[in-house]
Design a protein around this ligand. Structure first.
Ligand code: ADP
Ligand code: MG
Length: 322
């Protein structure tokens, strides 16, 4: 990957196709989602019959040419090809006004839906532990490759299936940057509720900026509440810069104290004090359930010391299993 001084990557390997997208794909069903500048629609590849998600990105936004931003997004997806928790990029098409990314379809939709759902539809703590492990595994792999996502939020974490609850796929690398060399990224602002204090203070961004967002994400997945959300942007930003977080029993009813401890290791104002993705994966909270790979039938393994029904049981002294 080649990068410019603001961390954007300008060189890609994927062939940009100029034949009409509709020559090779048929659009089906309603749109899968949309963001600020993109619409995502389900499509079927005619040659294979396989389902994909087509992300239509406008090249001109607010009168500005944003082609390089899209090239950066493609380059980051290319560099994360071996990352099992990053959505796979299949093909790229370009028209006079748009670039179309043909992506692996994450049919379960945004984790956002379960975050705001009622009790019976909402995630259990066990679900959140499994999903958080996957998010952290994906993000630690990105960070090892010096990529920061910078827009981690429940709308950008998708599921391969919703029922039964599948695996996560990280999407939307529109704000992502390379962090190696002397690159200092200061200019980007993500979504208000999820941005770290250093973004608001115009300080250098780093992999720790993503870790803040993972703290917010985990809080929302467990409680259904956005920790910093105020009545307006101003209040939200004030809450963030003061790290004004409610950890009361009220909000965390039925959630283990290990989970709260985990979130507290991330929602720290000083980026250098925040846990890294690698450190998070070793946190006792994420190791309080048997790993799915080491125990194919988790319910057959009763380990009272790691039961979530006993949040008082301290595991901080025991070594996490690997
Ligand atoms: P934006 O950069 O505009 O936010 P995203 O890449 O986040 O665009 O896509 C917008 C929405 O479209 C997502 O929040 C999600 O709901 C849906 N979406 C994106 N990619 C996929 C995919 N691969 N499979 C299924 N749905 C997707
Ligand atoms: Mg998005």
């Amino acid at each position: 990957m080649r990068m410019s001084k603001n961390g954007m990557v300008t060189k890609i390997h994927t062939r940009i196709r100029t034949e009409p997208f509709t020559a090779n794909y048929e659009l089906v069903g309603r749109e899968l989602g949309r963001g600020k500048f993109a619409v995502v629609k389900k499509c079927i590849e005619k040659a294979t019959g396989k389902e994909h998600a087509a992300k239509f990105l406008r090249k001109r936004r607010k009168g500005e040419d944003c082609r390089m931003d899209i090239i950066n997004e493609i380059a980051v997806l290319e560099s994360a090809k071996a990352n099992p928790y990053v959505v796979a990029l299949h093909e790229v098409y370009e028209t006079s006004s748009e670039i179309i990314l043909v992506l692996e379809c994450a049919a379960g939709g945004e984790i956002f839906n379960q975050c705001v759902a009622d009790n019976d539809e909402a995630f259990t703590e066990k679900d959140v532990i499994r999903l958080a492990r996957q998010i952290l595994t994906g993000v630690s792999c990105l960070h090892r490759n010096n990529v920061v996502h910078l827009d981690l939020k429940p709308q950008n974490i998708l599921l391969t299936s919703a029922k039964p609850l599948g695996d996560i796929r990280i999407v939307d690398f529109g704000l992502s940057r390379r962090m190696d060399k002397v690159t200092e990224v200061r200019e980007i602002v993500g979504t208000p509720d999820y941005v770290a204090p250093e973004i608001l203070n115009y300080e250098p961004l780093s992999t720790a900026t993503d870790m803040w967002s993972i703290g917010v994400l985990t809080y929302v997945m467990l409680t259904g509440e956005s920790p910093f959300l105020g009545d307006d942007k101003q209040e939200t930003f004030l809450n963030i810069s003061q790290v004004n977080v409610d950890y009361s029993q009220d909000v965390f009813e039925g959630v283990s104290s290990l989970a709260v401890d985990f979130i507290k290791s991330l929602l720290l104002k000083n980026p250098r004090k925040r846990a890294t993705a690698e450190e998070c994966l070793k946190h006792p909270w994420l190791n309080s359930l048997p790993h799915p790979h080491s125990h194919p039938h988790p319910h057959l393994h009763t380990r009272p010391a790691s039961s979530l029904d006993e949040p008082e049981t301290s595991q901080s002294e025991s070594e996490p299993e690997s």
